[in-house]
Design a protein around this ligand. Sequence first.
Ligand code: ADP
Ligand code: MG
Length: 399
Amino acid sequence: MSEWQQAWTAETGVRTAQELFRRAFGAEPDGVWASPGRVNLIGEHTDYNGGLCLPIALPHRTYVAASARSDGRVRMTTDIGTEPVWEGTLAELAPRKVSGWVAYCGGPAWALTGAGVAVPGFDLAVASCVPLGAGLSSSAAVECAVGLALAQLAGHRLDAGDADRARLAALCVRAENEVAGAPTGGMDQAASLRAQAGHALLLDCRDGSVEQVRFDLDAAGLALLVIDTRASHSLADGQYGARRAACERGAARLGVTTLREVTDLNAALAALDDDEVRRRVRHVVTEIGRVTDFVAASEAGDWATAGRLMDASHDSLRDDYEVSCVELDVVVAAARGAGALGARMTGGGFGGSAIALVRPEKMETVAHAVRVAASVRGLPTPEIHLAIPSDPGACLIEP
Ligand code: ADP
Ligand code: MG
């Protein structure tokens, strides 16, 4: 039998964050807020091209225990760092003044303040069961949970409706881009704040609009394995920016604002003289088409086609976009070989996680095959999670 990695229950998450808070600050927090990690079903590296993507929120969430302070000072602690507590002022939580986990945890304070929200000083403790750096968006889970907490400490509920959540998501994107310095595109924060249980979030990155697409794995007789290869994706930093820049060069050459505006792929490819840019453009444009096709296939219950689209997405990311790596290719091939309907890398790439869509009776076989394949190649043993479109997602939990 497989050991499936489990998400914390809300109770465990709240207790862990509260205990961390008590140990660090010797007091009870005003409240505990949570926001989830995500996996993207399909539509990779499309968000910063104004394209479509289709993430689901995971049951794995980040929990933030926080209290307001009246002296404008800030103290933050987290379960991941070796540094015990960071202490400073609100003014220090700004681009180029902080880095590492402090930038991810403190960035939302800067973004909210910039948007006119009167964020007070605060004490804050972060505890998370979202695997770190596994392509499951621990970064957005932190930003969104902190964003919810600080907005509420400032007297704003930014989780009431989708319009508020969209606004907060945009602020968390600013925090990640400008304070943490990661040039990511916005899918992660939208998934963390706007995805609903039993649904995938069809996000149109051209205008930020969303559609809830029913994705009920149980009802469909399916399971989704999330395979964390445990290959670090730290190499992604420069590479991610390089992919973005290639897309921008392609769009400029084609005279469009974003690659979303490309309507005739063959004409576009013929107009591009740089082979690298041509392949990047081909990935983005075909991937956006695969999102639409995946939604149609899933709505028709045609999971064989949905699986083939996942396979095609992986192949395009590997060959045209060149963001896969041996660890991802090995587990994807093993999952397919063991009977998955489809499998692909998910997230930015260069390590991190893959997903496999499987019939429940094949779960054990696929998981076993994935572990054996990694071991034969001398790669780290993957950790395998079961994805369930998460309920209740991002919210205030306590009090
Ligand atoms: P991921 O795929 O997990 O989002 P990223 O590289 O985008 O990977 O973000 C990981 C970074 O987010 C960490 O290096 C850390 O700075 C921050 N982070 C994630 N989880 C936590 C946490 N529990 N506490 C503090 N910072 C965190
Ligand atoms: Mg991230």
